[in-house]
Design a protein around this ligand. Structure first.
Ligand SMILES: CC(C)(COP(=O)(O)OP(=O)(O)OC[C@H]1O[C@@H](n2cnc3c(N)ncnc32)[C@H](O)[C@@H]1OP(=O)(O)O)[C@@H](O)C(=O)NCCC(=O)NCCS
Length: 165
C-alpha cells in the first residue's frame, strides 16, 4: 500500500478538500452541511485558521485532511478545540483516517490546547466513533435529534480527550 505523506495544508489544496467534503455533504449525514462549500471557503479556512490544518497525500493526490478549529468562540473556551477528519471515498479503509487523526493529535500537543472534542453524527457507518475511540476519545454526551437531513432526525455523539502531553 502506498504510504500517506502528511503535511500542513495550503490554499492550493482547497479544490481537493472541497471535492472530498462535497461527497459527504451530498451523500451522508457525516456533516450537517447540506450545500457543499466552494473551494474559496476552504482556502479561507486554511488561510485564516490559527490551529493545525493537515492534509494527507498519496502519489500527489489529496487522500484526506484533518484539522482543529475553536470549539466555541467565547474566550474561556480558548484551550478547547474541535477536530475534523475526512478521507476521500476512494481511499477509505486503508488506515489513512487513523494516521491523519494521530497526526493532528500530535500537532495539538504543540499548542496551548488542553481538550479536544469530536462532534459525530450518529447515523452513518460508525467509522468516526470507532476511530476516535481507538485514539483515546470517550463518549461524553449525546444531543438528541439536533440535525435533520435527508428527512431523518439525527443525534450527535460528543467525544472528548485530553490533548496528549
Ligand atoms: C471516519 C473516517 C475519517 C475514517 O477514515 P478511514 O481512513 O476509512 O479509517 P481507517 O482505515 O484509518 O480506520 C480507522 C478505524 O476507524 C474505524 N472504521 C473505519 N471504517 C469503518 C467502517 N466502515 N465501519 C466501522 N468502523 C470503521 C475502525 O475502528 C478502524 O480501525 P480498525 O481498522 O483497526 O478496525 C472516514 O470514514 C470518513 O472520512 N468518514 C466521513 C467523514 C466523517 O465522518 N468524519 C468524522 C467527522 S469529525
Amino acid at each position: 500500500m502506498t504510504a500517506l505523506t502528511i503535511r500542513t495544508a495550503t490554499v492550493a489544496d482547497a479544490d481537493a478538500m472541497a471535492a472530498i467534503y462535497a461527497h459527504y455533504v451530498l451523500h451522508s449525514v457525516a456533516t450537517f452541511d447540506t450545500v457543499p462549500p466552494d473551494p474559496a471557503t476552504w482556502a479561507a479556512k486554511v488561510r485564516d485558521g490559527e490551529l493545525p490544518f493537515r492534509v494527507g497525500e498519496v502519489d500527489g493526490a489529496i487522500a484526506g485532511f484533518a484539522y482543529l478549529s475553536p470549539y466555541r468562540p467565547k474566550a474561556a473556551y480558548r484551550h478547547t478545540a474541535e477536530d475534523t477528519v475526512y478521507v476521500a471515498p476512494q481511499f477509505l479503509g486503508r488506515g489513512y483516517g487513523r494516521l491523519l487523526l494521530t497526526d493532528v493529535l500530535e500537532c495539538a500537543a504543540g499548542t496551548d490546547l488542553r481538550q479536544l472534542i469530536a462532534v459525530i453524527a450518529d447515523g452513518g457507518d460508525g467509522a468516526s466513533e470507532r476511530l476516535h475511540a481507538a485514539l483515546g476519545f470517550t463518549v461524553v454526551g449525546r444531543l438528541t435529534a439536533v440535525g435533520c437531513k435527508f428527512d431523518r432526525w439525527i443525534d450527535t455523539v460528543l467525544m472528548q480527550r485530553d490533548v496528549p502531553r
